[in-house]
Write a protein that binds this ligand. Sequence first.
Ligand SMILES: Cc1cc2nc3c(=O)[nH]c(=O)nc-3n(C[C@H](O)[C@H](O)[C@H](O)COP(=O)(O)OP(=O)(O)OC[C@H]3O[C@@H](n4cnc5c(N)ncnc54)[C@H](O)[C@@H]3O)c2cc1C
Length: 483
Amino acid sequence: MGTRVLILGGGFGGYYAARQLERHAPADTQITLINNTNYLTYAPLLPGAAAGTLDPRHVVVPLREHFKRTALRVGWVTDGDPKEQVIHVDMMSGRQATFGYDQLIVALGSVARTFPVPGLVEHGVGFKTIEEATKLRNRIIHNLELAEGLDDPFERRAFLSYAFVGGGYAGLEGMAELADFAHAALKHYPRCQQAGLKFTLIDIAPRIMPEIQEPLADFTMNILGKRGIDFRLETSVKEVRDDAVVLSTDEVLPCRTLVWTAGVKASPVGSQLGLECDRGRIVVDSTLRAKGFDNVWALGDVAAVPDPAKPGLPCPPTAQHAIRQGTLLGKNVIEVLKGGQPKPFTFKTLGSFADLGHHQAVANLMGVKVKGFLAWVIARSYHLAWMPGLDRKARLVADWVVQFLFPRDLAEMNRIGHTPALDQPALPAAPPKAQLQASPAPPPVPGNARGLEDRPAADGASGSDTGSGSGEAQPSGSDTESR
Ligand SMILES: Cc1cc2nc3c(=O)[nH]c(=O)nc-3n(C[C@H](O)[C@H](O)[C@H](O)COP(=O)(O)OP(=O)(O)OC[C@H]3O[C@@H](n4cnc5c(N)ncnc54)[C@H](O)[C@@H]3O)c2cc1C
């Protein structure tokens, strides 16, 4: 039997490690990848999916189509024992399975970093998965439909108000795209036009996007401000209610949708694998090898990979790092299998950018500030270049062209794929007044349609939080979203 290489996680890091192994590992190497979906989520394009400019299916990459010799197993990694060289997985079928390995690669990514803010878990929506992005798109349409039928202007206002917490890239890009979408839709809702839409970005830090130069952050605030987006800096969220958000200033914002983009923390499963962790991230050396084990490796958001650009600090959790780490890790495992020495991770970030919609973006490219249309072209070209597969690239271009030529699609598709039993009405009866807070929830899909809290069976509660844990100490998303 050849060497068994087991990869946990099929996101950026796991995918690129698998592709490298497929190309260059000895022919008798058995490569198995476990992921809780059968696709890779291209997270940087989630704002486009949320805003309806990209078809949700076009921002994910079906793994089976791309793998030539990697066996994909869909299931939820729960824990493992590196001394026994085993990993436990809840399979899709509900069966529990144990996987053995000779070489293990952990690439389980991150989860939303939450704080004990009353009402946050119940009412907040995350922005890390395709399910959440789609939910937000549907929520906007649903709320417009609902508000259009309401007579009480105060009640209507809450349905037309959105609060985003976290002024990092994910929050700003998401909010900019969703605000554009909502404003484009508004012209079809005359009663809602009277109340108007309200988008508020809340961050405890004194400025947004600390990863880029201050003039670019100012430019971003300026153009988003002109689009009616309100910024509440040096402010945190004290409570999230059904129909309002209470700020640290005691201001009460009528609002029925709070989007939580206040940073990420390593997947808590990483710390359930019996590996040493530092603030939740698996400790690895510069070759990505986990501390204390010759045959265990970790990368991406779940690992504390020493940053060559900032000695003493771990790499920021970004796709550009995970991709390079995945490729290097594939090569390192192959080198070790051949009896050679693994190489250190030397990639230094090329820069970062944020797409602000309306053909506008800001970019910091190796210290050079770029803004406006040119930055937008660079951002789109970058994602096009990194989207795996020619077919995926073609679909992206087609979506962007269609969006440029035609108005946005306003059909609410919340129930798609969730059909009632044959003896039930095709559409549910109107909800009672007390339930008017959100779009009707489809039946849960294990591990996918998660709320802000993680699936307990897979993620447990032991992941140590990288934040302070205080109810009001919400971070700016600074270290967590620099790209
Ligand atoms: C909205 C948004 C926008 C972003 N924009 C950018 C950007 O523009 N540029 C940039 O560089 N970075 C960006 N990022 C960050 C980037 O997406 C991450 O840093 C990157 O995905 C990390 O790669 P990874 O392989 O470590 O984890 P992931 O890509 O998250 O992959 C982890 C995989 O593991 C799976 N998984 C998790 N737990 C389990 C389990 N228990 N069992 C089985 N499978 C499991 C997940 O489903 C996932 O497929 C963005 C992130 C978000 C959320």
